[in-house]
Design a protein. Structure first.
Length: 206
């Protein structure tokens, strides 16, 4: 989930789950200084993910360790965590975000841009009034996703069975479009799809 970004000579990566030691999450030999830096960095990440209510505002905003643009994946994880305070979620929603493909049933209305994979959970109803650009969009079965300001999807669009995706301003999909049985995808302004377009039986694509 988070690799150790920056101008360093040792590669380190940890998915944020379980325990870690610098030796287990690195590739290459470390000196003592590198070991301390890596340990401090991932100890902070572990602390954040263990208790976002306590640490999210300090670590993800302002001059926080995970406030830089390249940590959009971490801020996304914190933003969708139910333990994160609403006041902090509102602020994180306006930062750069990278969705990791986790199923969501709610998206803060201030979110305007998302990279990565947006996956709307089964049966969920999500409105994204400010969203203008996204990565891959996956609307799960019986879910409804409405994005009136969305103009560009930098990935594919997948609308599962009995799902509905409405994006009246969408003009470009930089991938494929797949609309499953009994699903509805409404994008009247769409003029460019880089990949294939597949519309299943009893599905609607307009």
């Amino acid at each position: 989930m988070s690799d150790f970004r920056g101008s360093y000579f040792v590669e380190a990566e940890w998915d944020g789950k379980g325990d870690f030691t610098p030796k287990k999450i690195t590739r290459g030999e470390m000196n003592d200084k590198q070991k301390r830096v890596i340990n401090n960095h991932y100890s902070a990440l572990k602390k954040l993910l263990s208790d976002p209510a306590e640490h999210a505002e300090r670590m993800c905003l302002g001059a926080g360790i995970f406030a830089k643009p390249e940590y959009g994946d971490i801020r996304w994880k914190v933003m969708i965590d139910p333990r994160t305070p609403e006041s902090v979620i509102e602020k994180i929603a306006e930062t750069e975000l990278y969705a990791d493909g986790s199923s969501i049933s709610f998206l803060h209305p201030k979110v305007s841009r998302i990279e990565g994979v947006i996956r709307v959970a089964d049966g969920s109803i999500i409105e994204a009034p400010a969203l203008t650009k996204s990565g891959y969009v996956d609307v799960s079965e019986n879910a409804t996703f409405t994005a009136p300001a969305l103009t560009e999807v930098s990935g594919s669009v997948y609308v599962s069975e009995n799902a509905t995706f409405t994006a009246p301003a969408l003009t470009e999909v930089s991938g494929s479009v797949d609309v499953s049985e009994n699903a509805t995808f409404t994008a009247p302004a769409l003029t460019e799809v880089s990949g294939y377009v597949y519309v299943s039986e009893n599905a609607t694509f307009t």
